[in-house]
Design a binder for this molecule. Structure first.
Ligand SMILES: NC(=O)c1ccc[n+]([C@@H]2O[C@H](COP(=O)([O-])OP(=O)(O)OC[C@H]3O[C@@H](n4cnc5c(N)ncnc54)[C@H](OP(=O)(O)O)[C@@H]3O)[C@@H](O)[C@H]2O)c1
Length: 412
């Protein structure tokens, strides 16, 4: 359907009742936190322990939670320093950046004159002003850096993918529980417009019972730096795939019975990360969720193709937030009307093809929730044990891709 086509049928669909809150589909709804200290208690919000806590950090003593971002590459700069500095009114204050690179250090000083610039995480951990450490570093560093920051009494946000395997996830969760500090993963794409819209359409019942999801991100270009190296990045599935698997586990209820995985490595001679991966999650309730990622695709597929017993949804476009984030204008995000998801179904005997209103999330919600969790005891929106489940899917995918056989993820 081209932009400008008359979307007849939209009125009919739009009058359906909104999803009940208890259905668990409301955009941005926080999940119950599963974070516990060793003796089973919830860690106390920082606000109730203003005094130094024995580890040399006065948590939230100023009424603001001091944030330190490790890594001043793309994510550290464009995502974390920017988003954390927006949430001052919510209780976050960007106080430090760590990067070993002198040019990046100079840039961080220019960009954030109020923040101290350190060379390493260890230097940052000697800085009492930092109470929450954000890791915007390659995937193979996440476990060790997170464990060090937690052991030093800091809360930790780690960018996706949480880590490279289940053993690493367990070490990180254990470290957080031992320290009584929060650990969460930057799954910003739980607030993506395309994903929230799919969730909303499902909750409204417009597709009937869903049975097939195809969730795809394709591009064309050789991976560079640590992403090109499987030992550092984990391979092609661990980049965009981390978001797509997380969304799959959020969208479809119940256990994953088995996964199948096919990967290919072509063309890119400087990389062993792979050029294509297709991961099929067979849920026990019969739903098939197919995640596809590729860096050797001259033409993209739709971002979403969803079939239910009563209808189909197609959305070509990805979430629109990233270009606005890069212009430091996250509050000004818009998308052309032609990028809306289109639902195909039958109503009262009439075939309906309707562009549906997009549900607009904001990546700001992630850090707002972190502030609420650390300072006011709210449940974490992205609980580490939820993400551990995704890491179990990745372990199973690795085994399935190696053997060519279906594998049931651990713990399902
Ligand atoms: N959620 C999203 O939408 C999204 C988007 C993009 C990236 N990411 C994630 O963000 C993370 C970083 O990706 P990126 O694109 O920002 O990578 P990048 O541009 O290559 O930057 C990586 C940063 O990590 C630092 N670093 C590298 N190795 C390190 C080590 N051993 N110890 C400490 N610091 C180290 C780098 O070095 P220096 O010390 O030299 O500065 C650099 O500042 C990854 O987990 C990635 O998946 C997420």
């Amino acid at each position: 359907m081209r932009a400008g086509t008359a979307y007849w049928g939209i009125w009919d669909l739009s009058r359906s009742t909104p999803p009940p809150a208890e259905a668990g589909f409301a955009p941005g709804r926080a999940k119950r936190v599963s974070h516990r200290t060793r003796d089973g208690r919830r860690p106390q919000p920082s606000r109730v322990r203003w005094q130094r806590d024995g580890r040399g950090v006065a948590m939230g003593a100023s009424g603001q939670l001091g944030v330190g971002v490790v890594g001043y590459g793309y994510a550290g700069r464009a995502f974390h320093c920017y988003l954390a500095s927006l949430e001052r009114p919510h209780g976050l204050e960007l106080r430090a950046v760590a990067t070993r690179d002198p040019e990046r250090q100079a840039r961080a000083r220019r960009d954030h004159p109020g923040a101290r610039v350190h060379a390493t995480l260890d230097d940052m951990l000697r800085d009492d002003a930092v109470e929450l450490v954000v890791l915007a570093t390659p995937h193979d560093t996440h476990r060790d850096l997170a464990v060090r920051a937690l052991a030093a009494g800091r809360h930790v946000v780690v960018d996706k993918v949480m880590c490279l395997n289940l053993a690493e996830a367990d070490v990180m969760i254990e470290a957080a529980e031992r320290a009584g500090r929060l650990l969460t993963v930057f799954h910003n794409r739980r607030w993506d417009w395309d994903y929230l819209t799919v969730r909303d359409v499902l909750a409204r019942g417009w597709l009937g019972a869903p049975y097939l999801f195809e969730s795809t991100v394709f591009g064309y270009g050789e991976p560079r730096g640590w992403r090109a190296c499987r030992a550092q990045g984990g391979g092609i599935l661990y980049d965009w795939g981390a978001h797509l698997v997380d969304q799959a586990l959020q969208l479809v209820p119940g256990p994953v019975g088995r996964v199948e995985c096919v990967t290919q490595s072509r063309r890119w001679s400087q990389s062993d990360a792979g050029s294509y991966a297709r991961l099929s999650l067979h849920f026990e309730n019969g739903v098939l969720f197919v995640v596809e990622v590729g860096n050797l695709a001259r033409r993209a597929k739709p971002r979403w193709y969803v079939l239910g017993e009563e209808g189909a949804l197609v959305r070509q476009a990805r979430d629109p937030q990233e270009p606005f984030l890069n212009r430091r204008a996250i509050d000004a995000v818009t998308e052309p009307p032609g990028e809306r998801a289109v639902v195909h179904t039958v109503r009262d005997g009439l075939a309906v093809e309707a562009a549906v209103d997009t549900v607009r999330g904001s990546w700001r919600a992630f850090y707002q929730n972190v502030a609420d969790a650390a300072l006011r005891g709210a449940p974490l929106a992205v609980a580490p044990r939820e993400v551990r489940r995704a890491i179990a899917v990745f372990d199973a995918a690795e085994a399935a891709s190696r053997t060519g056989l279906p594998v049931r993820p651990a713990g399902e």
